[in-house]
Design a protein around this ligand. Structure first.
Ligand code: IDP
Ligand code: MG
Length: 140
């Protein structure tokens, strides 16, 4: 087991419903520590670049519109196997498939408006963290 960092976003559907604290409590309950956090309105450029891997998918333009439809909360989470631990507490992409007790099962509105983002690998976590946070903004 290794102390690891992952990147998380509380998405606009969740900030709109004032769920930041409830989602943070779920993260902390599974041992993830929020070592950096900031609320931000993403620009089109930022949302497009962040989801560039999905640029060819039919939902890309809708996804960018959704991610810029309101403020998000950008986070760096730290803990044992943080990438996997966060994916587990998030639940499946489609809330209809998400396990009981996961964030997406309990809060997501749809497969698109699914309340949270979490990195899918340590390599992508490092890239995503560096895109939104300077090293001096992250404190263990
Ligand atoms: P993930 O967030 O569980 O890693 P990805 O496949 O990486 O899922 O997709 C990124 C985001 O794109 C999802 O969280 C969701 O907001 C959106 N998305 C994924 N699949 C669909 C879809 O079929 N329709 C609409 N939006 C989707
Ligand atoms: Mg993903």
């Amino acid at each position: 087991m290794a102390l690891e960092r992952t990147f998380s976003i509380i998405k606009p559907d969740a900030t709109r419903r004032n769920l930041t604290g409830q989602i943070n409590a779920r993260l902390e309950a599974v041992g993830l520590r929020i070592v950096a956090q900031k609320r931000k309105q993403l620009t089109q450029t930022e949302a497009k670049a962040f989801y560039a891997v999905h640029a060819a998918r039919p939902f890309y333009n809708d996804l960018v519109a959704f991610m810029t439809s309101g403020p998000v909360v950008l986070q760096v989470l730290e803990g044992e196997n943080a990438v996997l631990a966060n994916r587990e507490v998030m639940g499946a992409t489609n809330p209809a498939d998400a396990a009981e007790g996961t964030i997406r099962k309990d809060f997501a509105e749809s497969i698109e408006a699914n309340s949270v983002h979490g990195s899918d690998s340590p390599e992508n976590a490092a890239i995503e963290i560096a895109y939104f946070f300077a090293g001096c903004e992250i404190t263990s």
